[in-house]
Design a protein around this ligand. Structure first.
Ligand code: HEC
Length: 104
């Protein structure tokens, strides 16, 4: 009976782990609200979001914006996931850059 209980537990544990692995692997649609939190926590040390609306801004496309965000998170050693980067790009895209299509 004990053996049986353990084996059921084992099966459930593996199912739970697979569930977690699945959740990490799959990227959900970019979440601007979450991106805003990440941005405000880590990126407003040096500049406010106004830097993204200045006349001679650096970013000219959504791809370029993503590159710059990725460069900054590396610079800051934040180890952001692709999802984190997408969320911040979506936040900046919506609030400052307006490149249109939602970030994937
Ligand atoms: C150590 C200070 C510092 C930190 C921290 C920082 N930035 Fe910046 N960022 C700058 C400076 C300075 C510029 C302007 C660079 C220039 O004009 O060449 C800039 C410019 C940018 C731009 C380009 C704006 C434009 O002109 O379109 C983006 C995008 C950006 N930062 C995103 C981020 C993100 C995302 C983070 C957080 C991960 C971050 N930055 C953290 C200093 C910083």
């Amino acid at each position: 009976m004990m053996r049986m209980t353990l084996s059921v537990f084992h099966t459930l544990a593996i199912a739970a782990l697979c569930g977690i692995a699945g959740a990490v692997g799959a990227q959900s649609p970019a979440d601007a609200g979450r991106g805003r939190g990440l941005y405000e926590n880590h990126c407003t040390v040096c500049h406010t979001a106004k830097v993204h609306s200045r006349v001679n801004r650096l970013s000219m496309s959504q791809a370029e914006l993503r590159d710059i965000v990725d460069r900054w998170q590396r610079e800051e050693k934040l180890r952001w996931s692709a999802q984190d980067i997408s969320d911040v790009v979506e936040y900046l895209n919506r609030t400052r850059y307006g490149y249109g299509a939602a970030v994937r």
